[in-house]
Design a protein around this ligand. Structure first.
Ligand code: COA
Length: 154
């Protein structure tokens, strides 16, 4: 596995991976209607491109395939952590989180925080995050339960 920085040419692959991961993995914990709103058939490509360009994003590659991606906002917020359904349970998210954590340490941040899906909560707990509070967030008119979680950095 190789971790590298995202480049604009990765946009379509990353958008596809996001949709697959939500629709095939997060569907274990959310309804069909919810995953279709979360990962719509026609996502806003411009908005995606702008978001990726606005913060560091890292890609995990396995044999040249994009297997997962994550990102880090300047205040320690991890917005995205998605692994392709064909590459679950291989340590992809672990490697990505390690990279984000190293960058956070380099920036002198004292914590990472996220809003973890029900699906991702056990992963983040395994990695030393604790739940601050469950919450209900509204996305395009649909309610989702997720968890505000944080990890204090040494
Ligand atoms: C959550 C997710 C990112 C984990 O990715 P992954 O590459 O499979 O995770 P890893 O292989 O690095 O797992 C690391 C550890 O977390 C544990 N873990 C991961 N997912 C888990 C789960 N659902 N339940 C329990 N443990 C889990 C693994 O067992 C592993 O433990 P170990 O260190 O003892 O072996 C992935 O399942 C995913 O993409 N989910 C759907 C999308 C999603 O909801 N993303 C989060 C949005 S906030």
């Amino acid at each position: 596995m190789r971790i590298r920085r995202y480049a604009p040419a990765d946009l379509d692959a990353v958008m596809d991976l996001f949709r697959e991961s939500v629709r095939r993995i997060a569907i274990r914990d959310y309804s069909e209607a919810q995953v279709k709103v979360w990962a719509p058939d026609e996502p806003d490509r411009e908005r995606w491109a702008a978001r990726r360009a606005s913060r560091p994003t890292w890609i995990a590659e396995i044999d040249g395939d994009i297997a997962g991606f994550t990102d880090l906002e300047p205040d320690g917020y991890v917005d995205m952590m998605f692994v392709h359904p064909d590459h679950q349970g291989k340590g992809v998210a672990s490697a990505l989180l390690e990279t984000a954590e190293s960058e956070a340490a380099r920036l002198g941040l004292d914590r990472l925080y996220t809003e973890a899906s029900i699906t991702a909560r056990p992963f983040f707990e395994r990695k030393g995050f604790r739940v601050i509070a469950p919450q209900t967030v509204s996305l395009r008119g649909m309610d989702f339960i997720n968890y505000r979680m944080e990890k204090r950095l040494a």
